[in-house]
Design a protein around this ligand. Structure first.
Ligand code: MSP
Length: 476
């Protein structure tokens, strides 16, 4: 039976959701809706969630003066609220602090150890006692920790490591054969380049409890906690109740794992290595660009962080999603220009789609007394593009039809045709053509704007077509 499994990264809860997280979650949502319509609700699984362990989160909790668990409960809820606000329809929201997840991670760690892919070694680094954490050369200012104005100590810490080096040749072969799919092609080549240059050392899977106090215990070593990546990456299978769960048997491997390129290395190297160690099949990875806002990196200090909730407040969920997805192609490094949103809203939605619906239904009402028969044939508008995860291009295909129809009306001037009884057939066939297009536009919009799509379908397939009592997209 056909199935489709879609994931987003699980987002860190050290900060609240922003438009970057929203982009990934929206594309996943659109794709999930598309596949649900193709193969049935019960054969699609869309997973998202939050990544809640690690020093970064513990610090954020401490800064607020609350316990890590209470802190992650609070921020994780903000992600859930934002997605509900954006009308994101996921199947499951996983948290790495979920009891079920922690239990399965413990089993996975034991399995990895039994398979002999883990080894103990010393980790050398600079340690700031004031911060109680390792700090990199790059973070130092004049050789000192900027927060404590003190030179860090050179410390060696015992950690557990994953033998990534043993897996690199197999990962390379899997990428080259397409068994491990990485899209777009440029990102795939980037990963192959990384492997060839051998710039990828084994990775540490644990840290001393001293440095990372907030995390899953390493089952065989009292002094150690799991360090972020095994815990985080495995969420994609723990959510399905690996290894025995029905969902796991049905849905793994993933058909589309979404992320930006910031975490490509972890997903294209660490994750396949873990999966290979567990004898599991490879997923398909889809990498989109990391975007800036009005030319700058999003940052709290610059104050240019866009809150998806504010967009929804201004435009509603469906329009917000349209505005975000239509700005640039998936995979492209891009800049979000917020000042373009109102212009785009007016051009594409008010004057484009909204106007077309209004004109066509108004004419059917006026010239044909609301009576029109359309043969409801699905032309699969935008379907090919969506299958290839070309979200913007799918929208462009739909909007080409909208533009074509609006100019067809301008050219044919149905209001002139209506003046002469002799043109009755011509007028009727013109309105038929237009309503068939509207019907298909609405079908194609379903994964993007399910509510607007239904509104249009209801209007155009009604026994007596009348123009909408209120504009579909009110002018700003
Ligand atoms: N917790 C890890 C992921 C673990 S997955 C097993 C993490 N979290 S994160 O909160 O930093 O989320 C990173 C992801 O958020 C990116 O890969 C991308 O999906 C999304 N984005 C965050 N900022 C973004 C932009 N500025 N632009 C595009 N996507 C962005 O990494």
């Amino acid at each position: 039976m056909e199935k489709f499994y879609i994931t987003t990264p699980i987002y860190y809860v050290n900060d609240k959701p922003h438009i970057g997280h929203a982009y990934t979650t929206i594309v996943a949502d659109v794709l999930a809706r598309y596949w649900r319509a193709q193969i049935g609700e019960d054969n699609v699984y869309f997973l998202t969630g939050t990544d809640e362990h690690g020093a970064k989160i513990a610090e954020a909790a401490e800064a607020e003066g609350i316990e890590p668990q209470a802190f992650t409960d609070k921020v994780s809820q903000k992600f859930k609220d934002a997605w509900s606000n954006m009308e994101i329809d996921y199947n499951h929201f996983i948290r790495t602090t979920d009891k079920e997840h922690v239990k399965i991670i413990t089993d996975i760690l034991n399995t990895l150890k039994d398979k002999g892919v883990l080894y103990e070694d010393n980790y050398e680094g600079l340690y700031c006692v004031g911060c109680e954490k390792f700090i990199t050369e790059g973070e130092l200012v004049d050789g000192k920790c900027p927060d404590h104005n003190k030179e860090p100590d050179n410390v060696t810490e015992k950690n557990w490591f994953f033998k990534l080096s043993d897996f690199l040749p197999k990962i390379k072969a899997a990428i080259e054969s397409g068994e491990l799919a990485i899209y777009p092609e440029s990102r795939k080549n980037e990963v192959l380049g990384l492997i060839d240059k051998q710039h990828v050392p084994d990775f540490s899977i644990s840290r001393s409890k001293k440095s990372v106090p907030w995390g899953v215990d390493l089952p065989w070593d009292d002094d150690q906690k799991t360090y972020v990546w095994v815990d985080a990456l495995s969420n994609y299978i723990t959510a399905l109740d690996y290894p025995k769960g029905e969902d796991f048997k049905k849905y793994w491997p993933a058909d589309a794992q979404f992320m930006a390129l910031d975490i490509l290395k972890f997903h294209a190297l660490y994750w396949p290595a873990i999966l290979m160690a567990l004898d599991l099949p490879m997923p398909k990875l889809y990498i989109h660009g990391f975007f800036t806002i009005d030319g700058q990196k999003m940052s709290k200090t610059l104050g240019n962080v866009i809150d998806p909730n504010e967009l929804v407040e201004q435009y509603g969920a469906e329009v917000s999603k349209y505005l975000i997805l239509s700005q640039f192609s998936f995979g492209q490094e891009s800049d979000i220009r917020v000042e373009d949103f109102p212009v785009k809203y007016n051009a594409d939605l008010v004057n484009g789609l909204g106007n077309l619906v209004n004109r066509v239904t108004n004419m059917i009402e006026k010239y044909l007394d609301g009576q029109i028969e359309i043969d409801t044939k699905d032309m699969g508008l935008g379907s090919e593009e969506l299958k290839q995860l070309r979200f913007r291009e799918a929208l462009l295909t739909i909007w080409q039809v909208i533009a074509k129809d609006n100019s067809l009306i301008d050219q044919e001037k149905p209001w002139e045709l209506a003046k002469d009884e002799a043109n009755k057939d011509k007028l009727k066939s013109l309105l038929k053509e237009l309503s068939l297009d509207l019907y298909n536009i609405a079908l194609a919009l379903k994964p993007f704007m399910p509510n607007k799509s239904k509104e249009i379908l209801d209007i155009i397939t009604a026994k007596k077509v009348t123009k909408p009592s209120e504009p579909l997209f009110p002018r700003l």
